[in-house]
Design a protein. Sequence first.
Length: 201
Amino acid sequence: MNKTPIRTGVGVGLLAAAALGYSVTFSNVIFASAPLSDGATFGFDANSITFYTPNAGVGDAPGIRTGTLTIQYDADAGALMCAVEATVTLAQAILGSGTIEFTEVVYEIDEFGTIIGAPLASVAVTFDSSSSPVWSDTLVLSSCVQRLRAIKTFEMDAPETAGEDLAAIAINNQSITVVPEPTTIAGLGVASLALIRRRKK
């Protein structure tokens, strides 16, 4: 897996999606805000992008009790897609009083990066010391889009108690599954049928 250090807070990665030869371009990757975003990097492999945030933590060891980390990226499928499934896999470390409020909102954007209309999908989850260390979900978009922007927010809190208190995020993964519009699928079906008939002859 490639890792790209974030020096200015913005980076670009090109990812090849397996669906029908389409490719998904990831760009405008932004981490905010310091100190939780310090040292953040991202890597890409096939059709997924992974965010590494080694300093995204609050509690006893980090020395701060509360903070917010925001991660944003844009994705362009290169053609009109009827559905884009974004699967989030989250690994977190939470001890004692620590909690993490995680939200993700997905919007359509135009070629200039301007958000269009209301969110296409969203998810909100609260993690505490009793939560599973790994969580995933799938966000199915409400309409066909070519371009999207995902904005993730992690609100971390770890008030001081007599025990050990920590709320931290180390790795966040996003996988994009491209599903073509029905007309594209139908066209492929006709072409496949013609090929089968030709082979029979």
